[in-house]
Design a protein around this ligand. Sequence first.
Ligand SMILES: *Cc1c(COP(=O)(O)O)cnc(C)c1O
Length: 356
Amino acid sequence: MRPARALIDLEALRHNYRLARQLGGGRALAVVKADAYGHGAVRCALALQDEADGFAVACIEEALALRDAGIRAPILLLEGFFDADELALVVQHDLWTVVHARWQVEALERTPLPRPLQVWLKLDSGMHRVGLDAADYRDAWQRLRALPHVGDIVKMSHFARADEPDCVRTAEQLANFASVTVGLAGETSLCNSPALLGWPQARADWARPGLMLYGVSPFAQANDIAAQLRPVMTLESKVIAVRELPAGEPVGYGARFVTERPTRIGVVAMGYADGYPQFAVNGTPVAIDERPGRLVGRVSMDMLTVDLTDHPQAGVGSRVELWGNQVPAAQVVAHSQTSAYRLLCAVKRAPLQYVG
Ligand SMILES: *Cc1c(COP(=O)(O)O)cnc(C)c1O
């Protein structure tokens, strides 16, 4: 059997959730959208269900998959409903919904519901993606407050640049949120992972950690709190062939690596079709039989190549970690023109195996 696999450490996931929740000082929705950033939403939610205050997903399809698996905790739809027809399902499955646009307020006004719905009313405080404008926010809040079928209203917003330490834009978004929502009753939710880790002023009733749950820092720089996270995913495979080459020989597509000395090349069963970044550069760190090593040559669809010259003990069958406990995913990110988010979401084909 092909040895490529992604081990998912559910105990590390629980550890990271506890850290996020404690940091926020209130409650925390575990963000498990996009199949829990590639880690398997159902298994991750089941592993967290005894302690998570709730979950957040991108859409109703993702929420229903969790309900079908028996998850009873609150589930928030981060983009709300995509059309008014979904509202019946939202109530039937006891979901919470973001409201980020005026048409959604109007749809709620037109649609009587059998039970009160919890709404998270989103302000565009400066990211300019979704959210009500400052000019519409208070009016929307009053109109929703007047509806008998709207229950609690949580005030929320989202930061564009919380991963940049001391970025003035985040401070501006915070001030904007405070001034628009002043005097409106109810709880507040602002923090994604970088805000939780880097912006204590933004902590509020509810946090919405995503990336940090999976044990990866959102920061390019070192961060003391992020250093306490434990990697959840270990992507690994094995050496399936070895080449002994003299100096001056090209390796792989496009001759992106040329040997500079007599070199032993190990071919690993892992490629970009598994989600390993295609454009990881020569020297991207890997671990070979638990020792630091490096990628050389261009990553192909099903295979990649590593330098075994300084690993005389290694050969066919040696274990290669692409990222995980020994190779921080953030280091792979730094070598491959991608983001930690995309790195994790891209994992596929390599089967997920759960431990803990
Ligand atoms: C995805 C998402 C989050 C989680 O963000 P991370 O940076 O992964 O922690 C939080 N809030 C909203 C609105 C999101 O879309």
